[in-house]
Ligand binder design. Sequence first.
Ligand SMILES: [Cu+2]
Length: 299
Amino acid sequence: MISVPLALINEFLGQPPNASEHGYQIDHILEFSHWFMGALFLGWSAFFIYVLLRFRKSRNPVADHEGVKTGVSTHLEFAVVLIEAVLLVGFAIPLWGKFVNEFPDTKDAILVHAVGQQFNWNFHMPGPDGQFGNRELGLVSNSNPLGLDPNSPEGKDDLVVLGELHVPVNRPVIIEISSKDVIHNFALPHMRAAQDAIPGQIIPMWFTPIKTGSYEVVCGQLCGLGHYSMKGMLVVDTQEDYQAWLKERVELAGTQTAPDPLQRPEGEPPPAADQGTVPPPGAPKVGNPQASPQPGADQ
Ligand SMILES: [Cu+2]
């Protein structure tokens, strides 16, 4: 019977319902901590009011420098410290240790890269070959948000998805998190999982979704003016729906041709044969007969 009000305190405080396998353990610690802190709050508040009345000036005109003689307060404070130590050392740290040390086998897990940027989440999936292609920071552009290397053979079939990630239910998901600009935080409140995204580092995180549905991905670090809009969606599908989504993404990726990095915008004259680069503004347009001299330009 006691579990009914225990579970209600998390709901009352606005926690979304859990959708991951390990989330129940986190919820139990949160429930206990909330009730314990509630009891402490009531206890300390009652004691504070008692002290205000008991030691009021009209009853104690002269200060007593000897202070309290019983050991009750010492025992009480020791009990509080003991319970907090048990919560931290006995429950919170082992649970955290399990979460960061005992990763599921990569053979049965879905492996995804999540890359944060101001202000959205990009997802990189390995495609049918199961291998991630190389990413190069220098290749990042508007049409290539992750800087996928077009010459990397493993990267040919890779999928890059913006904002919405699909995963199958009841399979462990390992997400390797990084950032392109500032520190973000890949937070999945329903999965009871969150991890900072730090530029220059790749940090893995994992969870096993146990309920199908759409869950919000939020950025958990104040990362700039658009932080509030840095949201994504995690869709937990049945195995069949996930396969269908994956197939659709692969087909979509096959129809897109990678942009030629040397392709020039329409209307722009080709580079001069002997230069290979775009001449600086104002330079004499040698070897480019298509370009007409601009009126007033200093030649
Ligand atoms: Cu952010």
